[in-house]
Design a protein around this ligand. Structure first.
Ligand code: GRF
Length: 205
């Protein structure tokens, strides 16, 4: 019997980590053929680091340096090294609030994905659900996409729509989007896992 090869992933986040939890739960239950090798945060006390500890996943705080929206280049190089040392093949952004640049993009071509709470290309940037509400949209949703050098941009891999209800508040809408995110993200990571497993079978390793 051939054993399923599990895709080694690294998760980056700055906040509460509910997407990270959804991913780690699916791995734990055996639904997702991935292996979380490392969780990294640019925020020292981010709940996502506690979550990693709860699931027994290696984790690290990466001091971001003096910029607000990006990592200092040396720090980004350090991040590349940490992920490489951990053997990560897919980098999963789960609420990581910094834009990645050349070191990471070059090290992981077509190997970094993100989830965003809108139907991109509409409403990139912060609090996208509020932007959709304010714009009077009747529907919004979430998008999983490859990461490039622009904010919330890059080839779209999948989207799910959420209808905006007349009595929706920013909070109620955000909660429904997040519920969908927690299904969509693991299922798209699952696609990467399938491809990884196929590629491993072909080389017979
Ligand atoms: C998610 O809504 C995601 O779309 C956005 O950041 C949020 C992270 O939430 N990129 P969480 O930390 O996973 O709960």
């Amino acid at each position: 019997m051939t054993q399923t090869k599990r895709l080694p992933i690294g998760i980056l986040g700055s906040g509460k980590g509910s997407n990270c939890r959804a991913i780690l739960e699916r791995i734990q239950s055996g639904d997702l053929a991935a292996e979380a090798r490392l969780v990294v945060s640019d925020v020292l006390d981010a709940p996502i680091l506690d979550l990693a500890r709860e699931f027994g996943v290696a984790n690290a705080y990466l001091p971001p340096g003096r910029f607000r929206t990006r990592l200092e280049p040396e720090r980004e190089e350090q991040l590349v090294q940490m992920l490489r040392d951990a053997g990560v093949e897919l980098v999963v952004l789960a609420g990581f609030m910094r834009v990645l640049h050349e070191p990471m993009l070059k090290a992981f071509p077509r190997g970094i994905i993100n989830i965003h709470p809108s139907l991109l290309p509409k409403f990139p940037g912060l609090e996208a659900w509020k932007q959709a509400l304010t714009a009077g949209e009747t529907a919004t949703g979430c998008t999983v996409h490859y990461v490039d050098e622009q904010i919330d941009h890059g080839k779209i891999l999948a989207q799910k729509e959420v209808i905006i209800l007349p009595n929706d508040t920013a909070e109620s809408l955000h909660a429904r989007i997040q519920e969908l995110e927690h299904d969509l993200y693991p299922s798209i990571i699952g696609e990467f896992c399938k491809k990884y497993n196929e590629s491993k079978k072909q080389v017979g390793s």
